[in-house]
Design a protein. Structure first.
Length: 236
């Protein structure tokens, strides 16, 4: 990540697997997110990462989880990175990451591959606030790499992500926009069109998206999270 300051991702066990008669019956995800803390670009962890080529062909080591970071954490420094989890039944596993272009080709070549963390789970997903969520089924836990932010109560509107971040071009469905400092009557737009039925929620808001095409930015009170798109309209 040339030119990007180091940032912090802290590992935490945030959930548990409930077992009955030796069978996994329930998997509960509890996301640890600092709802009251706006993000700044301040971060502290070194981000070495491992990778790939072409249509995301992975090294000889077995990777079984893959997720794209679409959250504007650390001023968008990780947006567009692909994260991969490698499960190890008797060990800690491995998380690796890489940046790929729209054609699926690694940006920067093999030397751009770095190891994120020697700890992983059976799969990997990204929560609306940038946490990497990984179930460790054999250990009966859920682990999360949580972004660590510096508190800034005077910061302005901060848009983190849109969930889901893809949908049909016809619009007219609800999405959750995560972020902070939206105010009491936020105005939301997607592709410069207003979103309807905006309802404030803890750690963000929900709204109904308008119709649209292609990849677009989602703005709250005229502010967007970072460069790059926040939502992609699909041709369906």
């Amino acid at each position: 990540m040339a030119g990007v300051r180091p940032y912090v991702l802290r590992l935490a066990v945030v959930g548990a697997i409930v077992r009955a008669d030796a069978l996994v019956t329930t998997l509960t995800f509890v996301f640890f997110v600092a709802f009251a803390f706006p993000l700044l670009g301040c971060c502290f962890m070194h981000f070495p990462l491992l990778y790939v080529h072409g249509c995301l062909s992975l090294p000889s080591l077995v990777h079984i989880g893959m997720e794209e970071m679409r959250v504007n954490i650390f001023r968008g420094a990780l947006k567009g990175h692909m994260f991969f989890s490698r499960f190890a039944s008797g060990g800690k596993g491995l998380i690796t990451a890489a940046t790929v272009n729209p054609r699926g080709v690694l940006v920067g070549g093999p030397r751009a591959i770095r190891t994120v963390k020697y700890y992983s789970g059976l799969s990997i997903t990204v929560d609306p606030y940038g946490g990497l969520v990984m179930p460790r089924v054999r250990q009966g836990i859920v682990a999360v790499l949580i972004p660590i932010y510096k508190r800034n109560p005077t910061a302005g509107t901060l848009v983190l992500s849109v969930t889901p971040n893809r949908g049909p071009r016809a619009g007219n469905y609800r999405v959750f926009v995560s972020g902070f400092n939206f105010g009491e009557e936020p105005v939301v737009t997607a592709a410069r069109k207003p979103c309807k039925d905006v309802v404030l929620a803890r750690g963000g808001l929900t709204c109904t998206l308008p119709p649209g095409t292609g990849r677009v930015g989602v703005l709250v009170n005229g502010v967007r999270g970072s460069t790059g798109h926040d939502f992609e309209y699909l041709n369906v």
